[in-house]
Design a protein around this ligand. Structure first.
Ligand code: UT7
Length: 306
């Protein structure tokens, strides 16, 4: 069975918040944030719904599909507009879709979990699925807490996945979850995001390397065969450590966190779109998509770009 990526779209709020701006109200500095995370600025604003609608519309336009062509909408979000209803039906309504629509919450692995879910739905008879990752993390940030405020941001990215009986862009997956680490990164009802950053960092590198190796093995290729790594954008040092352990030079990794910060389930599609716009993904080449986050959850996939 084959699955093709037919189109991509992204959306970020207009409002840019620089490290210097945060330094005015928090005990932090541009130097610290840039050196420890790689982030220089981020976008703040919108909502999961509004950003998701925009990214979804752009992906559908890019894929040249009409609302009637979409059989299912899977929205990855950690920050739905409301606990109920899910945000996906509201996005579907705005986009003129009349298909089933649901949210998937796997935190920063959300986009990859949504892709895996869409793959399963395509396997069982659906023809075309809109997958969106959309986050309004800034709503759940305590702007007096420098630990989280310098990291999290808002944004959305989307792709249209299409069934293809002849060939496939998606070669393998490796997903996992470990609820024993649930307390390391949390956001309670009515509360704010909190994190044991050091421990999340340590585990993130481990699960990215492990799931990437498993996905590479099941795709029947090695790290040397990869033209590109499109990782979740949490911290440049996590990307450096993971690629180094996989034996991949940093030049092959896509980094957009300097401009967008950590946008959770939007970060992989934002990075993917950036690579595509800059001609970094070429037909026939292999790429590793890999995410990790609260849960803890993690997910890697190998694609061959057509
Ligand atoms: O998206 C999914 C999951 N999220 C992640 O993957 C994030 C994983 N963790 C991280 O990226 C890093 O652990 C952080 C960026 C959160 C923190 O970086 P770190 O290198 O682990 O810093 P640290 O917590 O060890 O703090 C080092 C120092 C401390 O000062 P002392 O004790 O050395 O004097 C902190 O108090 O930096 C201080 N510090 C800050 N200084 C300025 C901590 N946060 C800040 C800040 N600005 N925002």
């Amino acid at each position: 069975m084959g699955v093709r990526f037919k189109g991509w779209g992204v959306a970020v709020p207009e409002r840019i918040v620089t490290n210097d701006e945060l330094s005015k109200t928090l005990d932090t500095s541009d130097d610290w944030i840039a050196e420890r995370t790689g982030i220089r600025e981020r976008r703040i604003g919108g909502s999961a719904k509004s950003l998701g609608v925009l990214a979804g519309k752009r992906a559908m336009d890019d894929a040249f599909v009409d609302p009637a062509d979409i059989d299912f909408l899977v929205l990855a979000t950690t920050t739905p507009d409301r606990i109920a209803p899910a945000t996906a039906p509201m996005i579907a309504h705005e986009l003129g879709l009349s298909c089933p629509a649901m949210d998937v919450n796997a935190a920063c692995s959300g986009f990859m979990y949504a892709i895996r879910t869409a793959y399963g739905l395509l396997e069982t008879g659906n023809k075309r699925i809109l997958v969106i990752g959309a986050e309004h993390l800034s709503r759940w940030v305590d702007w007096n807490d420098r630990n989280m405020a310098v990291l999290l941001a808002d944004g959305a990215g989307a792709t249209v996945l299409e069934y293809d009986p002849n060939d496939t862009d998606l070669l393998s997956f490796s997903l996992g979850a470990d609820g024993s680490a649930a307390d390391l990164l949390t956001c309670e009802h009515g509360g704010f995001f909190e994190m044991d950053g050091k421990e999340v960092f340590r585990r993130a590198v481990r699960v990215v390397v492990d799931s990437a190796e498993k996905a590479l093995e099941s795709a029947g290729i090695s790290a040397d065969d990869l033209s590109l790594v499109i990782p979740h954008q949490a911290n440049i040092r996590i990307i450096q450590a993971a690629t180094q352990r996989l034996g991949i030079e940093m030049e092959r990794a896509v980094v957009v966190l300097d401009r967008f910060g950590n946008t959770s389930s939007a970060s992989i599609p934002l990075a993917f779109d950036d690579a595509r716009q800059n001609g970094r993904i070429k037909p026939g080449e292999f790429a590793l998509l890999t995410g990790f986050g609260a849960g803890m959850t993690w997910a890697s996939a190998i694609i061959r770009w057509s």
